[in-house]
Design a protein around this ligand. Structure first.
Ligand SMILES: *[C@@H]1O[C@H](CO)[C@@H](O)[C@H](O)[C@H]1NC(C)=O
Ligand SMILES: *[C@@H]1O[C@H](CO)[C@@H](O)[C@H](O)[C@H]1NC(C)=O
Length: 436
């Protein structure tokens, strides 16, 4: 009996070798549902994870401010530590110690809801300023090397991963079976970034070289480029001089370089995802490459502009959002609010329907209960340009939606927020040019 058994076992092993040698690697599963989000305060309740888990994404992408790692001092005009005003003597944000960062990451990772996500979804991500370690920080920030390790630990990056050896957390992934692949490129907009207002570099030369290779590499049906800060929207152009936000728009030379790289790569099916701003919205720019470039912003999972103000003021926030001139925001009937921005906690749901011809793409911002608050649905064909090399041009002095830059709006439209602010402060009620 013994020898008979041994003989059968050998036969089994032989068969296994033949079968596994003959068949190719098992195909990767088709990816149809991706979620992403940003701006999650580890000390605040994060009920939104229930809605994300209900959506059942196969992939979840962190787009930064995955924790709030720095220390924020209160606004103080007088007293010992003054954070604003002419007598300001301390910065408003300061980095926290390594132990503190580690303990905040630990808190974030064990949040009920989020801690269940990795059981059903692959989780990847990049960072923004607060998890990089300091509000609005760039390449000058000295703790970046250490904090890179902390982020990669949080994301369970393998110890031998090349991502632990490079300068910056940028990375790329390919998911899905042959001919239906999705590439995800995650940028690092912090590690190499020159100071704001310098019009210097956002990505730095090593990351630019890497990105060029990634975009020119093997084609995929869809390519998602994740940037912590917004790529298409340039809110600062219309909210200044009242306030300014971080974005690629603040680095016009780098932004043009990015668009040119995409154009030259002739890569189709690209869209952007972003975070940072504490509200959700969808942008679209038709005049950068041969096809519309979408930028879907989801921010934040817990941090949101309407939550930052007392309840009665949320209507004012919505009014300001509606009043802010925008040439690129997608406005349609799918929005919960007229402004088509959403200032409550939100996440982004991306759905790809591979069964239709052509393939359709649905991009939605969803609220804490999983209901859509703004969204677009279009055939992927829309991102497959027939005239890849022709960037539509518009005549000087004319304005076209999704094409004219905000800085080229007539000044009375461009600055209407500031004008309204001025007149409300000086007590005159006059609202210039509401309908643009
Ligand atoms: C995070 O939440 C805690 C608790 O609600 C709050 O005290 C803290 O100020 C929040 N941090 C930020 C950056 O909003
Ligand atoms: C974005 O707005 C800022 C502030 O007005 C301006 O300096 C910058 O040139 C704008 N960028 C683009 C690409 O229009």
């Amino acid at each position: 009996m013994g020898s008979n058994w041994r003989w059968r076992r050998w036969l089994l092993v032989l068969c296994t070798i033949i079968v596994s040698g003959g068949a190719s690697k098992p195909e990767e599963p088709l990816v149809t549902r991706i979620a992403f989000g940003s701006c999650a305060n580890q000390s605040a309740p994060q009920p939104i994870w229930n809605a994300i888990i209900d959506f059942d994404p196969q992939l979840f992408i962190w787009l930064g401010d995955n924790i709030y790692g720095d220390v924020r001092r209160p606004f103080k005009l007088f007293g010992k530590e003054r954070t604003i005003g002419p007598w300001k003597n301390v910065p408003r944000f300061v980095p926290s110690s390594q132990q503190e960062m580690e303990s905040r990451y630990h808190k974030a990772k064990t949040i009920p809801g989020y801690s269940r996500l990795p059981q059903t979804a692959k989780v990847i991500g990049t960072w923004d300023d607060h998890d990089y370690g300091l509000n609005d920080a760039g390449k000058e920030f000295s703790r970046k090397v250490n904090n890179q390790r902390l982020l990669l630990n949080f994301l369970d990056e393998p110890q031998d991963s090349p991502r632990r050896k490079q300068e910056g957390v940028y990375a790329s992934y390919i998911f899905g079976p042959t001919n239906r692949q999705i590439k995800v490129i995650l940028l690092d907009t912090r590690y190499h970034r020159d100071p704001l207002r310098s019009d210097g570099s956002v990505l730095g030369s090593s990351q630019w070289a890497w990105l060029e290779k990634e975009l020119n590499g093997p084609k995929t049906t869809i390519t998602i480029i994740g940037s912590s800060v917004q790529v298409i929207s340039n809110l600062s152009a219309t909210t200044g001089p009242l306030f300014y936000l971080e974005s690629w728009g603040r680095f016009p030379k780098e932004r043009n370089r990015l668009f040119k790289l995409i154009l030259d790569s002739k890569r189709e099916g690209i869209f952007f995802i972003s975070g940072d701003v504490h509200f959700g919205e969808i942008y679209r720019y038709d005049c950068a490459t041969g096809y519309p470039l979408y930028d879907v912003t989801s921010s934040g999972l817990s941090q949101a502009v309407e939550k930052a103000v007392p309840g009665s003021l949320s209507l004012i926030v919505r009014f300001v959002a509606w009043l802010t001139p925008t040439t690129m925001r997608v406005m349609n009937q799918n929005c919960r609010f007229r402004s088509c921005t959403y200032g409550q906690p939100n996440f982004r749901a991306i759905e790809i329907d591979w069964s239709t011809t052509p393939v359709t793409l649905k991009l939605e911002v969803r609220d804490v209960n999983g209901y859509p608050v703004t969204g677009v649905k279009f055939p992927l064909l829309e991102l497959q340009s027939l005239s890849m090399n022709s960037v539509p041009s518009i005549k000087l002095g004319t304005h076209r939606r999704h094409c004219t830059l905000e800085v080229n709006l007539p000044w009375i439209v461009r600055y209407r927020l500031a004008i309204l602010f001025y007149f409300s402060v000086t007590g005159t009620s006059y609202i210039p040019l509401l309908n643009y």
